[in-house]
Design a protein around this ligand. Structure first.
Ligand code: ADP
Ligand code: MG
Length: 526
């Protein structure tokens, strides 16, 4: 038998992430535990690898399987590609084994053409929605598949809004959007030289190829290098029936975490937008509402969502990061994964998961990345005081931690002042081996020159001492023991505060709090 390159969501599960990618495996898992997931199928990472082996071509065998699964999907949904009664629209979504947020591309509303959009407009009585989908599709397809560039379409949208005297996309009418779709197609033809493809199957294959190709795009390659993800893994492609968050005010789309990813507190966190689709929430076109507002907008869908969050946590035994859409007050789940979190949140969540019976102590300890704990072992600025502080300048965050003290300009002075009980920050053009004693005596080190591998940076990290290096904005006068930054002159004894994690330099005093191996940290270390 030939190799299986395509799986319905109902044929997969969470353990198949190598083959189905993280997104596909979790869509399959959510489908199997009975959550409301729009139907679809996943083309495997092996199909992607094969595509590259075949010289960036989808071979006949894979092509045949994709076509076979389109038919299966049409049977399951009762909708058909290009149909004039009940057209099927899908999203085509990338999804590698390891999460690479925003690195590869997604196309929504695929399957639309001139006739299908008319049918949708008539049958739904909602022409605005139909043409909103159409113009989004042309825009995404042109950008992702044909690499025309988003900006040309953004410019046309801006021009249209200006002509109509409106500020927001949602204020454009059905006619405006229809006109925009025409302009988009003309733009496509001008740039590519052929008409925009109207055959949904051709559109689908173009989109699948584009996702495979996006595995090799420069931003994905850089992300993989920084995150130790092998090139050989390839990406899967998910083809999924659309859920529409843009049909009106009883629709919307959002993202949420089951716990606060900054603090770890057990409470639903997230944002959503009414009458919106896909990336609108994170794209910043409109300001989203906090998730709690959803309780007022769509109480039934919200109640169901809260239940889904609980089911997902009980199933995965970890904090989840989710995407969802509400179509006519009905909830659809579009993605879930274990959420990224700060070091502080990681500790809180690990401790809580043990207390709640989700994890054993051993499992909880294994959830924590030891590299992240480093940030918790250094003094930090008092969070409240930091909010009110003025950033005077920025250098490189060369060695983590926070320091506040009086400026001194030589290693000798640092030692002397510290010996009388003063807290000092040693400010130098650059440091050299003779400065070590002074560096030790100081709360932190600030240099004008030098990068992450400069003497100051390397020595400070070795000492576990806060250091901001290479702040070229500083006008230094070492001889007269003063410097200028952001229009202010700092002399010996003037207070300054520096953050070795962010590289920020603050005017004046910001109190610091020492790291303590207590609380959650203590529990985990224990
Ligand atoms: P990314 O990996 O960049 O998040 P996604 O594939 O998750 O890309 O999709 C981008 C956006 O489109 C997300 O907001 C997602 O929820 C939305 N989306 C994807 N597929 C569908 C669908 N079938 N129906 C509605 N929205 C979808
Ligand atoms: Mg996503």
């Amino acid at each position: 038998m030939s190799k299986k390159y395509v799986y319905l969501f109902s044929e997969g599960n969470a353990n198949m992430r190598e083959l189905l990618g993280g997104k596909g495996a979790n869509l399959a898992e959510m489908t199997n535990i009975g959550l409301p997931v729009p139907q679809g199928f996943t083309i495997t990472t092996e199909a992607c690898t094969q595509y590259y082996e075949d010289g960036r071509q989808i071979n006949d065998e894979i092509m045949a399987q994709i076509m076979e699964y389109i038919v299966k999907m049409e049977e399951i949904t009762g909708k058909k590609f290009g149909d004039h009664e009940n057209p099927l629209l899908v999203s085509v979504r990338s999804g590698a084994r390891a999460s690479m947020p925003g690195m590869m591309d997604t196309i929504l509303n695929l399957g639309l053409n001139e006739e299908v959009v008319e049918v949708m407009a008539k049958k739904s009585g909602n022409a605005r929605w139909a043409y909103d989908c159409y113009r989004r599709f042309i825009q995404m397809y042109s950008d992702v598949v044909m690499e025309v560039g988003k900006k040309y379409f953004e410019e046309l949208i801006d021009k249209m809004k200006e002509e109509k005297g409106v500020k927001l996309d949602v204020e454009l009418t059905a006619e405006d959007l229809k006109e925009l779709a025409e302009q988009f197609k003309a733009e496509y033809k001008a740039k590519i030289g052929t008409d925009f493809p109207s055959d949904p199957k051709e559109q689908l294959l173009g989109a699948v190829k584009a996702v495979f190709r996006s595995w090799d795009n420069p931003r994905a390659n850089v992300y993989r290098r920084d995150n130790d993800i092998p090139y050989s893994w390839g990406t899967a492609v998910n083809v999924q029936a659309m859920a529409f968050g843009n049909m009106g005010d009883d629709c919307g789309t959002g993202v949420a975490f089951t716990r606060d990813p900054a603090t770890g507190e057990k409470k639903l966190m997230g944002e959503f937008l009414t009458n919106a689709q896909g990336e609108d929430v994170v794209a910043g076109v409109r300001t989203p509402m906090p998730i709690a507002e959803m309780a007022n907008k769509f109480p039934a869908a919200f109640e169901q969502f809260v239940k889904v969050c609980e089911i997902l946590e009980n199933h995965y035994h970890d904090m989840q990061d989710m995407e969802f859409t509400v179509e006519n007050e009905k909830l659809y789940m579009l993605q879930t994964r274990n959420g990224k979190r700060t070091a502080q949140a990681a500790l809180q969540i690990a401790v809580d998961l043990v207390a709640e019976g989700h994890k054993t102590e051993q499992e909880a300890v294994l959830m924590i990345d030891p590299r992240n704990l480093d940030t918790l072992l250094h003094p930090q600025f008092d969070a409240k005081a930091l909010k009110a502080a003025n950033v005077a300048g920025k250098g490189l965050g060369a060695s983590p931690g926070a320091a506040c003290g009086k400026c001194v300009f030589s290693a000798e002075d640092a030692k002397e002042w510290a010996a009388r009980g003063e807290k000092v920050v040693l400010v130098r053009l650059e440091t050299s081996p003779e400065d070590i004693e002074g560096m030790k005596a100081a709360q932190g080190i600030l240099t004008v020159r030098g990068g992450m591998t400069s003497h100051a940076a390397v020595v400070a990290r070795g000492m576990g001492k806060c250091c901001v290096s290479g702040c070229g904005e500083i006008k230094m006068d070492e001889e007269n023991k003063k410097f200028e930054l952001a229009g202010k002159t700092y002399g010996e004894g003037d207070f300054i505060s520096i953050d070795g994690s962010t590289g920020n330099i603050y005017d004046g005093i910001i109190p610091t709090v020492d790291a303590e191996i207590s609380g959650n940290f203590g529990t985990i270390m224990g």
